[in-house]
Design a protein around this ligand. Structure first.
Ligand code: AKB
Length: 316
């Protein structure tokens, strides 16, 4: 029997859409979704699913063995805002889940690994405009520190043991299918839900807070794209910068107003502002474009139209 793909954290924001894309591409039988909680009924019906705690080494190894898994997408993680509330739990999840998979791959039990990093690896001392691939990185959040450390371990396992691990630094991701859970960029999804439900949105980041963002379809394309690339084309084994669009809350509000003219935004800043203040405004992703042909397709106007068109059905 041909080997299968395992997605750990398959019911999260990226995991859900990634699972659907991989099922569509390879067939449902070839994909094993796993998470600490179940997904919705349709998601559960459409393919293999296993309840899995990503920090449980034996359980992870057992699923890899039982399903003859050769490729792992490790999407389980605690995001920036929530990780500040549960620092040791976040460190435990974000680091141990990675070690488990890297060690299993080192023993030759899986061939290829995808692990997500984030723009959170950058910090207040990083150049914030067109942030280079290689630059100062002094992250100030638990999440950012875990992602930066994870990047170092990925490169180490590649260089020392030949583990074929690939990674990208995701910006904030926008999707109507799944909601983000506990990030600093969550406002950029929530704003569309509130615009349709209440005609207004109170934003926890202040006006002028420009952050890198990306439509989920682009993010899934990048994720599958880097995994499809020939091993010799993946020159960076820590994690690739990845860029889509950059905008501030008032830019989203303006684009929503083109569809909902009475929409209003107000501001009620909380602790997430201090996280956002340390993150870049825009990203130089020329290495990803050069090495494995990455390009993005969606700008803010197209994202807004897709989000409103698709969410409108849900709220009408
Ligand atoms: C977050 O806000 O924590 C995430 C991220 C940028 O990694 N969306």
């Amino acid at each position: 029997m041909k080997s299968r793909i395992l997605i750990i954290g398959a019911c999260g924001q990226i995991g859900t859409e990634l699972t659907m894309a991989l099922r569509a591409r390879f067939g449902a039988d070839k994909v094993v979704a796993s998470d600490i909680r179940e997904g919705d009924a349709q998601f559960m019906r459409e393919g293999h699913f296993e309840l899995l705690d990503a920090t449980d080494f034996e359980a992870v190894e057992d699923i890899i063995f039982r399903y003859k898994v050769d490729t792992v997408y490790l999407m389980a993680a605690m995001l920036s805002a929530i990780a500040e509330r549960f620092p040791s739990k976040a460190w435990d999840l974000n680091m141990n889940s990675l070690f488990h998979i890297l060690n299993i791959a080192k023993d030759g039990k899986v061939k290829k690994v995808f692990w997500p990093s984030s723009i959170a690896v950058f910090g207040g001392t990083t150049p914030s405009q067109n942030t280079p691939q290689t630059t100062v990185m002094e992250p100030s959040t638990v999440y950012g520190i875990s992602k930066q450390t994870g990047e170092r371990w990925c490169e180490y396992y590649y260089k020392k043991f030949g583990v074929d691990v690939r990674s990208i630094r995701y910006p904030g991701l926008i999707s109507y299918t799944t909601e983000p859970g506990g990030g600093t960029t969550d406002y950029a999804v929530d704003i569309y839900h509130r615009a349709l439900k209440h005609g207004q949105y109170r934003c926890f980041l202040k006006e002028g807070t420009v952050l890198p963002m990306m439509y989920m379809e682009d993010a899934i394309k990048a994720t599958i794209g880097i995994m499809d690339a020939k091993a010799e084309d993946i020159k960076i084994r820590s994690s690739y910068n990845l860029a889509g669009v950059s905008y501030a809350p008032e830019d989203v509000a303006e684009s929503i107003k083109k569809h909902i003219p009475d929409f209003k935004i107000s501001y009620d800043i909380d602790f997430r502002q201090s996280i956002a203040d340390t993150w870049p405004e825009s990203i130089d992703d020329s290495e990803a474009r050069k090495d494995w042909g990455w390009s993005h397709s969606f700008d803010l106007e197209s994202i807004t139209k897709i989000m409103l068109d698709n969410l409108r059905d849900r709220y009408s």
